[in-house]
Design a protein around this ligand. Structure first.
Ligand code: CUO
Length: 671
């Protein structure tokens, strides 16, 4: 029953598990009743845990409780996979709860959280549960370390209900001397980092249950979701008078971008290590983590990957040469690059993307002589804070692009929709402006109390400042001259008009800078149709409320709230539109109506969350679009033509728009 209180029951803040004594850690066995009565005093609800068996957590316990946990490190992946397996194999909810409670204090907390989360997302009897918001469990991965002292003080001195939110400074990680710092609001955004963490939770690299790794077009989605991250980041850079990011293509060059995260690990009482300006990557020899890796390994894997791309063929694990097919090649390359367990030949193609994260994250202590843990690039919840993340993923995207440009361009027939014409596209704002997007700053609160042990109970809030946009409506006039009702797939993208030299972008650049804003199905009656679409309906984003949890979205067992399931993954709605500039930056809004009969995937979507399907897929379902991800911009133009106009067919339309930023700061309601 999904309404079983695996977590705190709905509406209750303080719940205490009542556990059999033998479930407590050995050192607390003698004082079990004392502990239970002390913590029980403040409990609003007590959840009895039945003794339904003790799990075998020997493997998972190998990681010290004080250590940091990284999905990118192969050994950690193995430990996580072992613990996930324990939770997946529990015979019912009772046993799962029993296993989880037993393991909770015996294994590394981050490892525990990851393994239990993956298991809850994938077990048939728990997958309708919403996971607790990760930032509430591990606030220290998202919030300026100084804020915790202030939060503790507030909690100790002031009664719950009267406590003031702790205001997180707007830009605390660097000064304006560092040009990269202009992107703080993107890199350090709570919702963006939560999205990335959640995406990798939904798509684990490894599991003893291959079905958890093998998801429809997962390699292709790895490519596309990260391609979109890079495109969005580059759009923001142009909004901030910075050139698009340079790929990290020379693994031996100086890295001018330093990064000092100013995050602490509350559990280990250690700071997250920084990377100095002009650092150089080093060979790794960290025997404790079993990470021995040379820069030449990365270079070799990259060369082999590019050999596959150049020959449009790869070598599988049995030594057989296999073609990279037009339909599935990108999926194979995604698995090979990441690399996930699905990689066609791990001995030969290695583990390029993941080990790139690792080598970057250990740059400051490559042989462990200083006993330092990894930097933010080593954790999917923090990696996007660091400018190097985008340089690394730009390099990866460049490699995927080398494959894409070798595919035959889409023909007019593959792009057009006979009888369908997009006559006009317009953007209307609540404030009455047309063909403009407006952005501003907004403050929103997150409850820290769950993630802070040993402070007085009750809510303590952290107040973030983040980008937001004024809600808009998209109006699209579509003529259907086919004489019959039709179904159209409406694909909405946007790209900056000009590059960093203020030159209008050529198609070959433009296609890589298109950010997806929305995708939806429309009924097209014969004659003229006016389609109206609200910004909040976007299928790349999850609602603002899901990021900040102003709503209690835990399921009640009723239908109404189930819609929020699984939608922890999704681009945060407040980051849908790039920041723009105060004078306004020019952009091109692109709309295409393709033939839904050719695009559709027949499947039942009942009971699943598909809020952000474009970037996250839909759990247990096929990716809901038969076209290649990024269509129609994933390939080059016909005859290599360079103007966007030469690409357009009548079922496409481009509208010039402006994105204007207002520097005002609004409260949580956006007022
Ligand atoms: Cu999401 Cu490099 O994969 O981070």
């Amino acid at each position: 029953n999904p309404s079983e209180p695996v977590f705190t029951p709905k509406g209750k803040q303080n719940a205490v598990f009542q556990v059999p004594d033998k479930f407590l850690e050995d050192k607390y066995q003698n004082i079990g009743s004392d502990i239970q009565s002390r913590f029980g005093e403040e409990a609003e609800v007590t959840i009895p845990v039945r003794d339904a068996g003790i799990p075998n957590i020997k493997v998972a316990s190998e990681l010290d409780k004080q250590d940091n946990f990284s999905l990118f490190i192969p050994r950690h992946r193995k430990l996580a996979s072992a613990l996930t397996d324990v939770f997946l194999k529990a015979r019912d909810i009772d046993q799962l709860q029993s296993y989880a409670v037993y393991a909770r204090d015996r294994v590394n907390g981050q490892l525990f959280n990851y393994a239990l989360s993956v298991a809850l997302l994938h077990r048939p009897d728990t997958k309708d549960l919403n996971l607790p918001l990760f930032v509430e469990s591990f606030p220290s991965k998202f919030i300026d370390s100084r804020s915790f002292g202030r939060a503790r003080e507030e909690a100790n001195v002031v009664q719950p209900g009267s406590r003031r939110p702790i205001v997180i400074p707007r830009d605390y990680t660097a000064s304006d001397l560092e040009p990269e710092h202009r992107l703080w609001y993107f890199r350090e955004d709570l919702g963006i980092n939560l999205h990335h963490w959640h995406w990798h939770l939904v798509y684990p690299f490894e599991s003893s249950d291959i079905n958890i790794v093998r998801k429809d077009r997962r390699g292709e989605l790895f490519y596309y979701m990260h391609e979109q991250i890079v495109a969005r980041y580059n759009f923001e850079r142009l909004c901030n008078n910075l050139p698009r990011t340079a790929p990290l293509s020379d693994f031996r060059a100086f890295i001018p971008e330093g990064y000092f995260p100013k995050l602490d690990s509350l559990i280990a009482s250690r700071s997250w290590p920084a990377r100095q300006t002009n650092a150089v990557l080093q060979n790794l020899n960290r025997t404790l983590d079993q990470v021995v890796l040379q820069i030449t390994d990365l270079e070799r894997w990259r060369e082999r990957f590019m050999d596959a791309v150049n020959q449009m063929a790869y070598v599988d694990a049995r030594g057989q040469r296999r073609a990279l097919e037009e339909q599935t090649g990108i999926d194979v390359l995604g698995d090979m690059m990441e690399a996930s367990l699905l990689t066609p030949n791990s001995n030969y193609y290695g583990d390029l993307h993941n080990m790139g994260h690792v080598i970057i994250s250990y740059q400051h202590d490559p042989d462990h002589r200083h006993l330092e843990s990894f930097g933010v690039m080593g954790d999917s919840a923090t990696a996007m804070r660091d400018p190097i993340f985008y340089r690394w993923h730009q390099a990866i995207d460049d490699m995927f692009n080398e494959y894409k440009i070798r595919l035959p361009p889409y023909t007019v027939q593959q792009l057009s929709y006979p009888g369908i014409t997009v006559a006009s596209v317009g953007v209307q704002l609540e404030n009455g402006r047309n063909n403009q997007f407006h952005t501003f700053w907004q403050q929103s609160d997150i409850n820290l109390s769950k993630g802070m042990d040993f402070v007085p109970r009750g809510d303590v809030f952290a107040r973030f400042t983040h980008l937001q946009h004024i809600p808009y409506n998209l109006t699209i006039q579509v003529n259907n001259d086919s004489g019959a009702p039709k179904l159209g797939m409406v694909r909405v993208f946007m790209a900056p008009l000009a590059d960093e030299r203020n030159q209008q972008m050529l198609f070959r650049d433009l296609r890589r800078n298109m950010i997806e804003l929305d995708k939806f199905v429309a009924n097209l009656r014969p004659g003229q149709n006016t389609l109206r679409r609200r910004s909040v309906e976007s299928t790349v984003t999850i609602p603002y409320e899901r990021t900040f949890r102003n709503l209690d979205t835990r399921p009640t067992g009723g239908q109404g709230e189930q819609q929020f399931n699984f939608c922890g993954c999704g681009w945060p709605h407040h980051m849908l539109i790039p920041k723009g500039t105060t004078q306004g930056i020019r952009a091109q809004l692109f709309v295409m109506v393709s033939n839904y009969e050719q695009d559709r995937v027949n499947q039942d979507l009942g009971g699943t969350c598909s809020d952000a399907a474009s970037y996250c897929g839909i759990r247990d379902r096929l990716y809901p679009d038969r076209r290649h991800m990024g269509y129609p911009f994933d390939r080059i133009n016909r005859q290599g033509a360079d103007a966007l106009a030469s690409f357009l067919t009548p079922n496409m339309r481009v509208q010039d728009v402006m994105i204007i930023h207002n520097d005002r700061v609004s409260g949580p309601t956006g007022q």
